[in-house]
Design a binder for this molecule. Sequence first.
Ligand SMILES: Nc1ncnc2c1ncn2[C@@H]1O[C@H](COP(=O)(O)OP(=O)(O)OP(=O)(O)O)[C@@H](O)[C@H]1O
Length: 383
Amino acid sequence: MEDHINVAIRIRPLNQREVRNSTTVALNQLPWHVNRDTIIQRQYHDGRFSQGNSYTFDKVFDQKDTTQKVYDNSVKGIIQSTLAGFNGTIFAYGQTSSGKTHTMHGIRDMFSKIAQDERREYLLRVSFLEIYNEVLRDLLEPSKASLKIHENAKREIFVGDLSEHIVFNAEQVEELLAKGDRNRHIAGTNMNERSSRSHTIFRIVAESREKSEAGSADSSSQDGDMDVDQEKHHQRLSSGSLGETGEFTGAVMVSCLNLVDLAGSERVGLTGAEGQRLKEGGHINKSLLSLSTVIARLSEDGGDRGHIPYRDSKLTRILQPSLGGNARTLIICTITPAQDYVEGVAVDAQVCVSRQNHPEQARSQRGAAWRCPASSPQACQRA
Ligand SMILES: Nc1ncnc2c1ncn2[C@@H]1O[C@H](COP(=O)(O)OP(=O)(O)OP(=O)(O)O)[C@@H](O)[C@H]1O
């Protein structure tokens, strides 16, 4: 994977409601069609279709493509580079009901199985955060009061009091994911029976070093006492460059991966939102607008981008190191081919294309991708 931002589009199949909906065109007359990694808008006018705007991306996955294919072709590289010591961020962006959560769940499940490397041993710490109506909640310890964003003297941005959990295997990751999902705010809208009403950031911090003979031999007895295992594992990882038998085992690397599932942008007329749903929708749209503004500003020509309004929303503030720092980023823009969404999809595509077509600026703004040389609690928040 190259060290600039990658953008992939995933088109989901029409759902039953869209097939039934009279404003959705018939299957063979979808308002978009795909040619390799370009999506081309088809405009319907006076009973005829003509070709509209077209947008080219790093990858376009169409209705038939599985999440496994998305993973293999777009996601795996960034995850592997994270495990090799580079920071990474993957986020799902798109209209409500376009398939963000569906895609992100698939990716998370696949990720949880890959931190098994014969040559390196890992200490993985995970946290799961929700931004709901601009309030931060710890999805793994939801009884905690709302959390605050801090910046320390080294300009590292972090969320205070966010719990981190050490995991040894895929099952533990899955348990935490399921727990967090149960605590996430969701609600039914006209567009999606289980619409995510919040943004979530699932963060995995990976500390790793080359396996030593001794390390492999007593590696994480997963059925044993978890506290003792964690302590032993952590001591081994942080014991420096010499293994227990005196052989060189390499430096500890720390990197982190953010999996960001954004709440979808919504149009009140389509979602039928009112009351609390309307208030949530307002917050969702406002923070997505500020994310779009930050993305657009970062994509502007030259070094004179002026002020980048990261502080306009909690989402952009927390993601600041991922967007403006050194992390590698993959944006998966999910879209539905339904006619109702054409307008929103065009806006999303423009945001994503403008982001993608300026890799040089993105790179110079972000600096070269870097490896964290050593463990630090805020290592992954460095801007
Ligand atoms: N690629 C896909 N293949 C099959 N079904 C899909 C696909 N993508 C999404 N779906 C289905 O479409 C519905 C909406 O998807 P999902 O909840 O992931 O949307 P979302 O973008 O996260 O929406 P929101 O922003 O409202 O939370 C779900 O029932 C989901 O299972």
